[in-house]
Design a binder for this molecule. Sequence first.
Ligand code: DHB
Length: 315
Amino acid sequence: MDKKKVNISISIKDIKLSSCIMNASGAICTTEKELNDLLKSSSGAIVTKSCTFFPRKGNVKPRYFYCEYGSINSMGLPNLGIDFYLDFLEKNKTEKPIFLSISGLSIEENCFLLKKASLSSKVTAVELNLSCPNILGEEEIIGYDFYKLSYFLKEIFKFYKKPLGLKLPPYFKEIHIKNVAIILNQFPIYFVTCINSIPNGIFVNSTTESVVIYPKKGFGGIGGLSIKPFALANIRLFHLYLRKEISIIGCGGITNGVDIFEHILCGASAVQVGTQFIEEGISIFDRLKKELISILEKKNYSSIDNFKGNLKDLV
Ligand code: DHB
């Protein structure tokens, strides 16, 4: 029988992505060269490094470490400041959607950054980061404070009228996801990205009997392979509880086409790749695209919508 032609493009409301695969914020997307490489790559969109108002050098190195089961980082938001990213976008001539990640250090800073971003016609959407775990002496992660979250969203939508996505932290109880979804469902949010790294992990080097990163006595956000089950569970539950108009971008533990297929089965419309992109480099987008297309061909699916959210229970 003839194989169906496979299409891995998707839409998030009126935003069209030629491929459902993109980088995760923080992964090789800080400098002009890194962003230009992403623009030229086969990723379906690009996400910029979470930015603040002022440029930041970030935490003392070593602040990122990788091993076979995942990564740990405490970068401390090194970024070139929002004006750099807005200026970069002004020069951009491609059609590829660009998600500007914003991670102000307070609600007031985030509101200011959102106002600035909404003046640019080159920002396809803002991905507002509610889950940065690595700021020294930090406030609570906003995504974990449901009162603050609700207050913040009410404030934002008084003035912000452009497409908005939210980068969420991982949740570990169904009731927390249900309650977050009840809040988010009240707002015209385009998408949620789940999950950010799992906060406050430690990797140990048993030879040196020490931690592996310098900041915060070795504590950092965990990404990569070992967080995939938590990403899948968060996607699955947000798919259950969010309004259908809010898309889910899956993020966490993607190393190959099967991982992407699993994220989509749980309910993701698109996916982001962080740790494995850092380790493998820009060619990863060609490889993942090929692998995903080959899986869909074998399974005789012609589009992402054919199987999105269709994960089965055992009966
Ligand atoms: C950083 C880490 C994050 O997980 C995040 O969401 C934003 C910033 C960082 O340490 O730079």
